[in-house]
Design a binder for this molecule. Structure first.
Ligand code: GDP
Ligand code: MN
Length: 398
């Protein structure tokens, strides 16, 4: 689960990671109040107004702006809230900004050379160990650094049984070219960051930039935090941070209905039981020349209500030109599923405006096929997997 910058910073702060302070606001009046409050708390007289959306590169897209007084806070916030922010990481249409984070300005006026670093914590899937990836080239797109100056990216792997050792944190600070107070501060920052990563059950932290101020403080100016959804049951407070406005609306609806649905770009809707069979079905559709429009695992109980919900969700995607139902009846009997498909089809009437190919295999498959063939509905039945895929290709004219 992805978080907004302000939520990520909240988590970092709770583990003692120094952050650029900020207060979130959803309208320009609240933004001004936030700025006043920040001045009381930090003494700052300049502010940074930062769009809160689940996408990076906001600075480049005009979603991060410096405000030198309260009037500027108000007008910049007014401009940014409600805008469609386009960044190198969003679609061309952009993402709607619902909130801004009003931050203290930490690039002190007159500070000629603030140092920016890159730091992320993530799992190296090849070695099965967490690692800290870091670079002196902060504030830039790390993919560009990786392409143009790969020797400026360092990694430090962490042994899961030992955790981050003090010498490793010092080595990171040293490789970033730090000494004296800044080296000590960075060592503390790295240790706290790693603790936060482990304790919050995150799957990724990306702090770009980490800033060294002219008085040698080290702090997180940005925070991209991805939580491991499977561990959310241990963090009820983090679960509340989910912002559904940032997620695909069809996926949100499917999730609420208990369906395992992932939206894809193709034109063949899939309704399958079991994740493995769903993957296999997508492969076969591709082999037959089609493109899957979604991954959908309806789970074990494919009754009429569930099938109807699933059809409804698949049909929300305007790209869908055909639907392939591929169900293996093991515990659930095929004739029950077939009845479900027929009932759903009947009750949905002309909402179903694309051909449906239905393959049911397993317990009572013969009865199921009869049920479908005799239903009087325009459902094309198939027995074999390949046959089903070929029939999909047929209706699409491939
Ligand atoms: P991103 O563009 O989405 O990665 O957003 P960031 O939070 O990284 O901010 C983008 C850029 O805004 C940073 O790289 C900084 O250069 C700039 N920025 C952030 N905070 C401050 C600040 O307090 N003062 C000034 N002057 N610039 C800032
Ligand atoms: Mn950033």
């Amino acid at each position: 689960m992805n978080l907004h910058e302000y939520q990520g910073k909240e988590i970092l702060n709770s583990f003692g990671v120094r952050i650029q302070r900020g207060i979130v606001a959803s309208n320009h009046k609240a933004a001004v109040d936030a700025a006043k409050q920040l001045t009381v708390e930090t003494g700052t007289s300049w502010y940074v107004v930062k769009a809160q959306v689940h996408a990076g590169g906001r600075g480049k897209g005009g979603g991060v702006k410096l405000a030198k007084n309260l009037a500027e806070v108000e007008s910049i916030s007014n401009d940014i809230i409600g805008m469609m922010l386009v960044t190198p990481q969003t679609s061309a249409e952009g993402k709607k900004v619902n909130q801004v984070l009003i931050c203290e300005d930490v690039y002190y006026p007159g500070d000629s050379e603030p140092e920016e670093y890159y730091m992320s914590v993530l799992l190296n899937r090849n070695t099965g160990k967490n690692m800290i990836m870091y670079s002196t080239e902060g504030g830039m797109d790390i993919e560009t650094v990786a392409e143009e100056t790969p020797h400026l990216i360092f990694t430090e792997e962490i042994d899961p049984t030992m955790g981050l050792l003090p010498f490793q944190a010092r080595k990171i600070a040293f490789n970033l070219g730090l000494s004296g107070v800044a080296l000590k501060e960075m060592t503390k920052f790295v240790s706290a960051l790693y603790t936060a990563y482990i304790k919050s059950d995150s799957s990724m932290f990306e702090i770009n930039p980490v800033l060294k101020t002219s008085d040698s403080k080290i702090l997180a100016v940005d925070a991209k935090v991805t939580l491991d959804e499977n561990a959310l049951y241990r963090h009820k407070d983090y679960a509340l941070m989910r912002d559904l406005r940032e997620e695909n609306p069809i996926e949100v609806e499917a999730k609420a209905a208990g369906l395992n649905y992932v939206d894809l770009d193709g034109n063949v809707g899939c309704m399958v039981n079991g994740a493995g069979l769903a993957m296999g079905t997508m492969d076969l559709i591709k082999q037959a020349g089609g493109e899957p429009a979604n991954f959908l695992d309806v789970g074990g109980t494919a009754d009429a209500a569930r099938v109807e919900t699933a059809f409804g969700i698949i049909l929300k995607d305007p790209n869908v030109k055909a639907i392939l139902v591929n169900i293996f009846g093991g515990i659930v009997r095929c004739d029950r599923v077939a009845q479900g498909v027929v009932d759903a089809y009947k009750s949905m009437g002309d909402k179903i405006n694309v051909p449906i190919i239905c393959r049911l295999q397993g317990t009572n498959a013969v009865e199921a096929k009869e049920l479908i063939d005799n239903s009087g509905m325009e459902i094309i039945s198939a027995t074999e997997f390949q046959e089903a895929a070929d029939k999909v290709a047929d209706v699409l004219g491939l």
